[in-house]
Design a protein around this ligand. Sequence first.
Ligand SMILES: [Zn+2]
Length: 245
Amino acid sequence: MQEKDRAICLRCVNYSETSQVVTLLTRRHGKIACMAKGSKRSKSATDGPIEPFSFGPVVFSTPKGEGLAVLSEFSQESRFRPLRQNLFALNCGLLTAELIESFTENSDPHEGLFDATVSFLDTVQNRSRQNFQLADLIGFELTLLNEIGVGLVTQWCANCSTAFSNRWKYAYFSNEVNGLVCPGCESSFVDKTRLDVAAAAGLSQTENLKKLPLTVLETLHKAMLNHFTALLHRPPKLASFFLSQ
Ligand SMILES: [Zn+2]
């Protein structure tokens, strides 16, 4: 059966001289892996080769059992072309594409995640300051964790449930309890990252992230990458770019 949807490309692999296998995040059908026959020809039904962040309406048919869907049309729009001119924004986008691919199941729709991804890429590609880009990225990562049902505990201590307060001397982040840990509980946790209270305030209220200086955001993002590494049992491929900044 032919399905119509809007899609953003998360990843593509060359299959032959002229064809690609592409992983798409669609709005209503979730993530799908598609065979795009002849997509690398300049006059193709996919408007030429598909790249990460290719975006627009798609037509595809789903297989009966396991196997690849067949992409028959992709009307590519130029919406995310500015990403290519901005290396840091591009890497932010590539990390989110990798995380979405790793943490979502095929054919499991997440309309909220699709909308958040489009909105994040729209914003990040038009920013020129790295601190705002990193704040956007952390905000998106928190949304992703919420969407896949493993949202972080950021409003109170994940161990004793004391409400988070700006009066805490420091806050701690522990992968083990999936969120913030208060100064009174931190000694019980071996694996933890110490955060400035301002950084923890950014996690509990994402509007605060944009007020944080770059160095504080970098520490916070390292904690996020560490958390994704724990969830995936390996570091995200794009982590090395951010850790070498
Ligand atoms: Zn506590």
